[in-house]
Design a protein around this ligand. Structure first.
Ligand code: UDX
Length: 440
């Protein structure tokens, strides 16, 4: 089967590489020439563990190709995935400009029956718009070629995307014809040999499923952050409460870790977009609006603890060592990262930041420039700093040499935004230790 994937961003590239890996003939298309040239040389635009090896292997075998021409690539394709960006507009709604442009180009150049699948996270009703855009383009060339649209949202976690794609919990596909269903079932068959289901449903339900999944996960996090804040006031320890509730299988022990707020390219954008969609239908998603409000506040939690610790002492001129910049470990993604909010707050009061991240330094420099200084390793960030801030829980920060940390810092003060250290152990080693959701 030959397929085309339009958009070589995160989703498009992972999808293309993984489909090629099981033997499908894939052409990944992007308008950015430099990106396509780089991909042909094996240079990837993003950091994702394992992706480079899969891209290189399948490119060399000729199963994965890269092109800037959608018009040429679409010829003979049986399925076309649209995986271009849907950046949030000012009002939080997803901007469908690029999705619909691609649909038009497909309609203008396709030569055979085609299933056109939206893979980008798009609001309910987008597949219908894609269908309309293709119909218009076909009408303009007086063609009566038949085609189907479908919706196939992705559930990829950055840092674990290859595994998520190759061994999915489920594959959700919205279709409106038996022919499209059959074709997509064939395409995805190699990925459900583990017995997990392909869930076929109507198109609006598939589109809604993606938002509902992300909204539910974001809700779990904001709920726990809210409880964590109350724990601090009430003298409880959220680390114990988390275990206490997580062992109830109806609640589950995943995604209930308090922290400094969720970030990344999905949760913030999708929560906003769903709230917006509801408004368009005259409905208020009250829980989800609160999820967003709690998250905005939570990004300031560490800064508030810093201010409280220093009391009347000015933060101007103080230096903070910051470990971890990306929004979560195993990615270089800085989008909506809590680190950015914390850094801006510190800089605004005249403090200095010395940061280190195992992978995201390049991205961070791109966004923050010389507003902060960048250390070459974790220990380097500590030199002459007044305190250490743990922002992203990369593995390499989990077991530090505490003696060295203490020697390098001016004061043994540690603010842990991810609750990865043992309060008791640090107290014994002479640290003043703060974390989330514990009365300290
Ligand atoms: C998410 C979804 O998991 C994925 O299914 C969807 O397709 C895209 O969005 P991703 O954004 O890559 O994936 O990150 P994820 O691992 O889900 O983490 C999101 C954010 O939540 C991170 O900032 C993380 O630090 C935070 N988080 C996660 C918590 O604060 N507590 C938790 O218990 C779990």
């Amino acid at each position: 089967m030959k397929i085309v994937i339009v958009g070589t961003g995160y989703v498009g590239l992972v999808t293309g590489a993984c489909l090629a890996e099981v033997g499908t003939e894939v052409v990944c298309v992007d308008v950015m020439e430099q990106k396509i040239e780089n991909l042909k040389k094996g240079i990837l635009p993003i950091y994702e563990p394992g992706l480079d090896a899969i891209v290189q292997r399948n490119f060399q075998k000729g199963r994965l190709q890269f092109s800037t021409s959608l018009a040429e690539s679409i010829l003979g394709a049986e399925v076309a995935f649209i995986a271009v960006g849907t950046p949030p507009g000012e009002d939080g709604s997803a901007d469908l400009k690029y999705v619909l442009q691609v649909a038009e180009t497909i309609g203008a150049h396709m030569q055979n029956y085609l299933v056109v699948v939206t893979k980008s996270t798009v609001p309910v009703g987008t597949a219908a718009k894609v269908k309309g855009a293709i119909a218009n383009a076909l009408a303009a060339r007086k063609s009566n070629l038949s085609y189907d649209v479908a919706s196939n949202p992705e559930f990829l976690k950055e840092g674990a995307a290859i595994d998520d794609f190759l061994k999915p919990d489920r594959i959700v596909i919205g279709v409106e014809s038996a022919q499209a269903e059959e074709r997509l079932r064939k395409l995805y068959h190699p990925f459900v040999l583990n017995g997990h289901p392909i869930l076929f449903m109507d198109i609006p339900s598939a589109e809604m499923t993606k938002y509902a999944a992300n909204a539910m996960l974001a809700t779990k996090i904001s709920f726990m952050n809210d409880i964590a804040n109350l724990c601090e006031l009430a003298g409880a320890n959220v680390n114990e409460v988390r275990k206490g509730i997580g062992s109830d299988p109806r609640i589950g022990n995943k995604f209930i870790y308090p922290g400094i707020g969720y970030g990344g390219s999905c949760f913030p954008k999708d929560v906003k977009a769903l709230v917006r969609t509801a408004k368009d239908y005259g409905y208020q998603l009250r829980i989800l609006q609160s999820v967003e409000d709690v998250n905005d506040d939570q990004k300031n939690v560490l800064f508030n603890k810093i201010k409280k610790h220093y009391g009347n002492e000015s933060l101007a001129g103080k230096t903070f060592a910051l470990w971890g910049l990306s929004f979560k470990p195993n990615t270089d993604d800085m989008r909506e990262a809590p680190s950015l909010v914390l850094i801006e707050s510190l800089l605004a009061v005249g403090a200095k930041v010395q940061a280190y991240d195992p992978v995201a330094m390049k991205e961070a420099k791109h966004m923050l420039g010389d507003k902060i200084t960048y250390a070459t390793d974790a220990a380097g960030a500590l030199t002459n700093a007044d305190a250490l801030l743990l922002v992203t829980e990369w593995n390499e920060f989990r077991l530090p040499d505490w003696k060295q940390v203490k020697e390098n810092l001016k004061d043994a003060v540690l603010f842990d935004g991810r609750n990865i250290y043992e309060a008791k152990e640090l107290a014994e080693k002479g640290f003043t230790y703060y974390c989330i959701g514990v009365n300290n």
